[in-house]
Design a protein around this ligand. Structure first.
Ligand code: AMP
Ligand code: MG
Length: 498
């Protein structure tokens, strides 16, 4: 039934808020802070259309008010979600949305339920010492990298809008304040389960698990043990997700259990960054002094996080404690194998292998080993492999100061390729769809953000966003954006996006 209203903002969003309705006690209803002069600096029209929104109407001053939190659209039930989490291995019993508000859920054009959330919309009861705000730089960073991940085909939250507030936020210095509108399959995290498990609120874990099964894993309904199934399915999606991060050299940087979404999407782009030269120990985050979340540790950490989820589900998995532990342990122990399967599938595509051979895992690691310790750019090496598959090896060999390790490997590789009946041009084309030319290079991201933040010049941001929306195309006019930073600018450091 269609409603009629004189309010032009009516039905801007066809909200249907199951989280607010079904999970009372899992959140605090809250209102966004009013900001001085909201101005829309970026609006994602394509995503708005996918969400079934009126992009033209929202790309406006009204949109700026809505996406700043100054105006609550009809049907929204703004709320701050409660959660806990392990941060760098230490349990924090109460986190929650300290600077974010869920406006509500919409059903997109593909029938998928999506959360619409404001990030940076002011303090909430969960803010602890924080100010509830976000600075423009980190907001644009999340926008850019999230959209780049989406274009790379990696499950991720999306960015719908970025608004400047016209107010400063105070970090070490005063910075322009901003609000990001984030779209997610949901914002339920491992930490959401942990909050209620830590309080011994078992009935709530059951409600949450049932809600998650309904929303994300409906195929589990009616199974003999849907909660064990839930653990398996979350584990499998995480395994696939981390494998896809590893394929593109993405380092999340803060894989705390509150930043691990149950849906299997990448969430919370704070100190994340992409690796330039291949080094498994790469860490960018200034606060990750122990390298807990280093590139090569990501699969292990995902498994560790899965074990924390498993602990919260034990009483649902089996009334007999020992049996529950045995069954959950089996699932958690299966993670490395699951991960390896996803990783190898993607690596076969990256290496241009079509059939499956026993030794392919060694092949894949062999290429990485050939790169290790030699400052070889990870992204370019894979991209140039497509040329090598056509017999043109100059570009890839030039990445190595001493190509002997590559030459040794590539001899075996070519022999392996010859056992797959695929035309070289077809193979090279497929490899270019698996190995991006463009990733968000750290120095380019910084250039784009500082132009926007310091000079109000959004041209570099827009250009970079455009390039990154087609990462698998050559885009010769932007060849410079495929390059790693000039020598001597390799010591990149990121800071938590607060
Ligand atoms: P993160 O590790 O960035 O995902 O954030 C961890 C927790 O800190 C979450 O509960 C956030 O809501 C909260 N938080 C981060 N920054 C702020 C801020 N500026 N004000 C209030 N809470 C914050
Ligand atoms: Mg977080």
């Amino acid at each position: 039934m269609k409603h009629v209203s004189n309010n032009p903002a009516f039905e801007r969003f066809a909200f249907d808020n199951t989280y607010a309705r079904e999970l009372e006690g899992f959140y605090v209803p809250w209102k966004a802070a009013q900001v001085a002069r909201p101005r829309l600096v970026k609006f994602n029209r394509e995503l708005a259309e996918e969400l079934g929104l009126d992009a033209g109407a929202l790309d406006s001053e009204e949109g700026a008010r809505i996406f700043a939190g100054n105006e609550t659209p009809e049907g929204a039930v703004p709320l701050a979600q409660a959660y806990a989490g392990h941060q760098f291995g230490g349990f924090v019993p109460q986190l929650g949305d300290g600077r974010a508000l869920l406006l509500g859920e919409v059903i997109d054009r593909n029938g998928r339920r999506r959360d619409i959330q404001l990030k940076g919309s002011g303090p909430t009861p969960f803010s602890r010492a924080g100010d509830g705000r976000a600075a423009l730089g980190p907001v644009l960073r999340e926008y850019l990298i999230g959209e780049a991940m989406h274009a790379l085909g990696i499950p991720t939250t999306r960015a719908l809008a970025a608004v400047v507030t016209g107010e400063p936020v105070f970090r070490e210095v005063a910075l322009p304040g901003a609000v990001l509108t984030r779209v997610a399959a949901s914002h339920i995290r491992v930490g959401t389960f942990q909050l209620f498990a830590a309080r011994g609120e078992q009935a709530k874990i059951g409600r949450l698990a049932d809600y998650v099964i309904d929303r994300h894993y409906p195929e589990l309904k009616g199974q003999a043990n849907p909660y064990l199934g839930l653990l398996e399915r979350v584990g499998d999606r995480q395994a696939a997700l981390i494998a896809s991060w590893m394929h593109v050299g993405f380092i999340h940087g803060v894989m705390n259990t509150d930043n691990m979404a149950i849906s299997g999407e990448t969430i919370d782009y704070g100190p994340c960054a992409f690796m330039d030269h291949y080094d498994p120990a790469t860490v960018f985050s200034s606060i990750d002094t122990q390298g807990r979340y280093a590139y090569a540790n990501q699969p292990r950490i995902a498994q560790w996080n899965l074990a924390r989820l498993a602990e919260t589900l034990l009483p649902l998995i089996d009334a007999d404690g020992n049996r529950a532990i045995a069954r959950a342990t089996e699932v958690v122990n299966a993670f490395p194998e699951q991960y390896e399967r996803h990783w190898l599938k993607g690596m076969r595509a990256k290496l241009g292998l079509v059939s499956q051979e026993e030794a392919d895992l060694n092949f894949a690691t062999g290429f990485l080993t050939a790169m290790e310790g030699k400052k070889v750019d990870y992204t370019l090496a894979f991209r140039y492999l497509a040329d090598a598959a056509l017999g043109q090896e100059e570009t890839i060999r030039a990445l190595f100061a001493d190509p002997s390790a590559y030459d040794l490997w590539s001899g075996h590789w070519r022999a392996r390729l010859s056992r797959d009946a695929v035309a070289p041009s077809v193979r090279a084309q497929a490899m270019r769809r698996a190995n991006p030319a463009f990733i968000p290079r750290n120095h380019r991201v910084e250039e784009a953000l500082s132009a926007a933040v310091e000079e109000g010049d959004y041209t570099p941001f827009e250009t970079l966003l455009d390039i990154l929306s087609r990462p698998f195309d050559d885009q010769p006019e932007f060849a410079a954006f495929a390059e790693p930073p000039p020598e001597g600018r390799g010591c990149y450091q990121t800071f938590c996006g607060t």
